[in-house]
Design a protein around this ligand. Structure first.
Ligand SMILES: C[C@H](OP(=O)(O)OC[C@@H](O)[C@@H](O)[C@@H](O)Cn1c2nc(=O)[nH]c(=O)c-2cc2ccc(O)cc21)C(=O)N[C@@H](CCC(=O)N[C@@H](CCC(=O)O)C(=O)O)C(=O)O
Length: 145
């Protein structure tokens, strides 16, 4: 569980840090985009250190549930935060000015295909990322806690 009082770490990646700071300073994810697509902010707990880490991802929403895509731009390996979600699958997601707790589960098969379609519709470069790598890019579905 993430306590609102605990402070979280920013990404070591500068552009990601800048986008996270903008969300924290303005209080909303509104206006934070990648290639014109909106972003949401996760606060994840580190699988090894237990530290809280701000992790922005693309906004893929449907009927109050979200998908989170561990693409890392099509890199050969999963982003580290993939292991953070596996270890601590309950965490807050901020969309706009609203922050709520969700439970994440990795999806496969037909369910994954449905959400993959929604993800690519929300952020078309996901399709190119999947072309770039042999690893199947993991998809988590987040349902309100
Ligand atoms: C560089 C590394 O990043 P990473 O976790 O591999 O994730 C890389 C990126 O995916 C991450 O920066 C994403 O936020 C980038 N990103 C997206 N990344 C995606 O994969 N998908 C997206 O849709 C996405 C969208 C997005 C939108 C805006 C934005 O600003 C960034 C976006 C990192 O943060 N390392 C830290 C933390 C490492 C960590 O989490 N350690 C764990 C251990 C984890 C383990 O090894 O078990 C711990 O603390 O215990 C460090 O090295 O100090």
């Amino acid at each position: 569980m993430v306590m609102a009082s605990e402070s979280a770490e920013l990404s070591p990646t500068e552009w990601v840090q800048d986008q996270t700071k903008q969300i924290l300073e303005t209080g909303t994810t509104e206006g934070v985009e990648v290639l014109g697509s909106p972003v949401v902010l996760l606060t994840l707990r580190g699988a090894k250190t237990g530290k809280l880490r701000y992790t922005p991802v693309m906004r893929v929403e449907h009927n109050g549930n979200y998908a989170v895509v561990a693409s890392k731009g099509g890199a050969p390996e999963h982003p580290t935060w993939y292991y953070n979600i596996k270890a601590y699958p309950e965490f807050p997601l901020q969309d706009g000015t609203v922050t709520k707790d969700y439970v994440a589960r990795e999806v496969e098969g037909v369910e994954r295909a449905e959400w993959w379609e929604r993800a690519v519709a929300a952020y078309p470069p996901y399709a190119e990322y999947q072309e770039k790598t042999d690893r199947q890019i993991p998809v988590f579905v987040l349902e309100p806690k």
